[in-house]
Design a protein around this ligand. Structure first.
Ligand code: CUA
Length: 317
């Protein structure tokens, strides 16, 4: 079992994508400038306190000339801030412009934010999935971000900046992942009761692995592997599961997340629990016990039916 990445802290300063590198650079520049200004200000404060403590009378004109005070105020209060803020302004504006650059060859992926999960649709191949975004390394991606309920925000700190998903509006997040690996993503805009449980994972893979995965997703679903899984498939199709969830070739529900490749996902309920048969059993019995407010109602299936259903879902590629 792979480690449960979704519980880990995000790593803005450990970038693994071209855009995140630029953002980390800006972050360090801002930190450096702020630190330098803080050191300067506190040093001057210390000098002032030290000299005053040395017995210099503030009213004594020999302590400083008006002309020198004036120069000091102009330099420290006007010139220095203008130079620092102009530098910050130029760097921020050029970085922001570079992040928006459109690449016609980019891989286009539609992302739909929902209360509380992520729908994922690969525009070119037609592949659908949820809460697990697979991307090829070193290929520019253009994420098309939409929402149909409330505002959400898509954020994978190690790969790129965050962009909001706003009902009635289409936004874009463009970046190039440069390192194969798994990355934690979160919703970064308060979107209701379970905002905190709207996480996802990005798996950046080699081009060959990504292409293989897309090809496999286009083949018709393989025959179920066990008797329990076959029985579980019937339970899924005959009950309300099928009305809300899509499994390619089985059902076409759109209320909840697409489950076609559920077995390969690391988490349940958009990051609530690691995807294990035990957790899935509890989740199907009553998802609201671990994710209050979730739309999926408690199950009325028998223990046997749930066991078969779990076997089926975990068998999905
Ligand atoms: Cu979606 Cu917060």
């Amino acid at each position: 079992m792979t480690r449960f990445l979704l519980a880990e802290a995000p790593g803005v300063l450990h970038p693994a994508g071209s855009e995140a590198h630029r953002l980390a650079g800006v972050s360090w520049l801002l930190f450096g400038l702020a630190a330098a200004v803080a050191v300067l200000v506190f040093s001057l404060l210390a000098v002032g306190l030290f000299r005053r403590g040395d017995g210099v009378d503030a009213d004594d004109e020999s302590a400083g000339s008006p002309a020198r005070d004036h120069r000091f105020i102009v330099a420290g209060g006007l010139v220095l801030p203008v130079v620092v803020l102009s530098l910050v302004g130029v760097v921020t504006v050029t970085t922001t412009a570079a992040l928006r650059k459109h690449d016609a060859k980019a891989l286009v992926v539609d992302i739909e934010g929902r209360q509380w999960f992520w729908g994922i649709h690969y525009a070119d191949s037609g592949v659908n999935t949820a809460n697990l975004l697979r991307l090829p390394v070193d290929v520019p991606v253009d994420l098309v971000l939409r929402s149909t309920d409330v505002n959400h925000s898509f954020w994978v700190p190690r790969l790129a900046g965050k962009v909001d998903l706003i009902p009635g509006q289409t936004n874009h997040l463009r970046f190039t992942p440069t390192q194969v690996g798994r990355y934690r993503g979160v919703c970064a805009e308060f979107c209701g009761y379970q905002h905190a449980n709207m996480a996802f994972e990005v798996q950046v893979m080699s081009r060959a692995d990504f292409d293989r995965w897309q090809r496999e997703r286009h083949q018709s679903p393989s025959a179920t592997t066990s008797e329990a899984a076959s029985a579980g498939r019937k339970v899924f199709a005959a009950n309300s599961c099928a009305g809300c969830h899509t499994i390619k070739g089985v059902s076409e529900g759109t209320v909840g997340p697409d489950l076609t490749d559920f077995g390969s996902r690391p988490a349940l309920g958009a990051g609530v629990l690691p995807n294990t048969p035990e957790n899935l059993t509890a989740w199907i019995r009553n998802a609201r016990a671990s994710k209050p407010g979730a739309k999926m109602p408690p199950s009325t299936l028998s223990d046997r039916e749930i066991a078969d259903l779990v076997a089926y879902l975990e068998s999905l590629p």
